[in-house]
Every structure is written in structure tokens, then in C-alpha cells.
Ligand binder design. Sequence first.
Ligand code: G4P
Length: 283
Amino acid sequence: MNIQWYPGHMTKAKRAMEENVKVVDLIIEIVDARAPGATRNPDLAALGRGKDRLIILNKADLAEPEGTERWAAWFVSQGIRSFVMDARSRRDLKGLLRAIEEASVKKKARDQARGILNRPVRAMAAGIPNVGKSTLINTIAGRTAARTGNRPGVTKGTQWIRLGKSVELLDTPGILWPKFEDPEIGLMIAFLGSIGEMAVDQEELAGEFFRFLERTGRTEGFTERYGTEPSGRPEEVLSRIALKRSLLLAGGLPDTRRAASAVLEDFRAGRLGRICLELPGKL
Ligand code: G4P
């Protein structure tokens, strides 16, 4: 299927990010644990050159635990530090703090060379839309409720949030452009809701999602929720769901467009079970 999305506002977001990157030691790249490869942005490597880096496999509560384990092992094998979490939960913040400290290798070496002691790590969160950047920042801010004032060099109005004694996080995340030259990657990102609804035909997308569930044998949660298999013609599957959910157009016809949006929302929120869209290698 054809996914089109024009990056008008992304130029501005990228410029803001380039400014903010200059003042941080470490970039926390947030990805979706259900598709950690597809939700990365390769541009970040260039943008964050010379900075320490930590990948967060977020929304791990929505991914298959074995899948997340495999991804975590894969990142280790690539020499990339990663941390698995649910950004809505404060439970993971201690671990995150430790992971950030451990990942701040270049920063520590620089400080040591200059004889600087106990300077907090300055970090920023970055990622493509909908991976949980704001949620993470809010969870951290909610716990410490300590925001520092403006600092020179950072976009006006930008503040720092403290995590423990040793980390300061920018309260504005870096927003990155999803990469989807590969149509498979485009689909995963669209399933996850990182591409605006207007840019993708929701019924066509739901049809692709049904095919994915069938191909990979992940139909159980779907069948349980809707009392029907995702097999057959997508329009028919959507009609059945629309009728069951009383999603009707004037005249009583099934509203397949709303049914498509409902299914995709259900997947995004984990109501179809814990589902990985990709595993290291291939699914
Ligand atoms: P963004 O800034 O990267 O664009 O993402 P944002 O934090 O807005 O999060 C997008 C959606 O993902 C939100 O749901 C948020 O609650 C949810 N979310 C973020 N992190 C996690 C996580 O680790 N686990 C789970 N299960 N969900 C997560 P929403 O429905 O759009 O908004 P809301 O109704 O929850 O506020």
C-alpha cells in the first residue's frame, strides 16, 4: 500500500533538535519495543555524533516478553546500550537512572580529563512520534517536580528536569522523522500510530494488519476480542466488526472506516494482546 506523509513541520523540529543536541551529553533514543528496528531513526547517529547514547525499548508492557528479551540481547550484541521500560510507570525510573549513568561513558571521560567532579549528566529524549517521549518526561517530572530555570544555549522556555542527583533531562523531546523507504517498515510505523491518520487509508491499513496477524499466527487476541477471525476479505472482516460494535452509517450500513480505526486503536493500546511486529532478523 502507498503511504504518503509530507514532512512540512519536520524541518522546524529537526532544527530545534539540532540546537538542543549541542548542550546535552547523552541522547535517550526512545523506540517502541514492538518494533525497535522500524521505530529508530538512522539520522540520529549523525545528529548525535560524539554524544553518549541509550536506547529505551518503551511500551515493553505491550510487547511479547520473549521478543523484548531477544531485542535486548541483540542490542548487546551490537554494542548498543538499551533499557526496557514502561514510560507510564515510576517503577522503572531507578533502573533508568542507573542505565543513563552507565551509558555516560564519553561524558565521564571528558569530565575526568578536565578535572570536573560530580557534574550531572545532561540528557535529552528523542524519537519518532507516538513512542512515548512526552510520557517519559511527564513521569520523570511528576516524581521530582523539580524544574530548573532557563539556561543559556537552549531554546527559550526550555527547562531541565532532574532525575536523581546525577541526571538532568531536557523537558522538550527531540522529534524525529520516521524512516520508511522500506514499505514493511512503513507499515509497522503506521500500525503503531506514528504516522498521522490522515496520511494513511485506515481501511487499507487494517487489511494489511489482518494479513500480518494471519501470516505470523498472532490472531488469538483479535479473535477473542471480536469473535471473528481476521481472515477473508478485509471489507467483510471490518463489516462484521462494525456490526458487532454498532458502528453504523446513516441507513444502518456498517461503518468500516470507523471499525478500521477501532481495530488499530485496540492494537496500539494492547487490547489485542502483547504483539511484536518485528524480531531481530525477521518475524
Ligand atoms: P510521543 O510524545 O512520543 O509522541 O508519545 P506520547 O508520550 O504522547 O505517548 C503516546 C501514547 O503512548 C500515549 O497514549 C501514552 O499514554 C502511551 N504510552 C507511552 N508510553 C507507554 C508505555 O510504556 N506503555 C504503554 N502501554 N503506553 C505508553 P494515548 O492513548 O495516546 O494517550 P493517553 O490517553 O494514554 O494519554
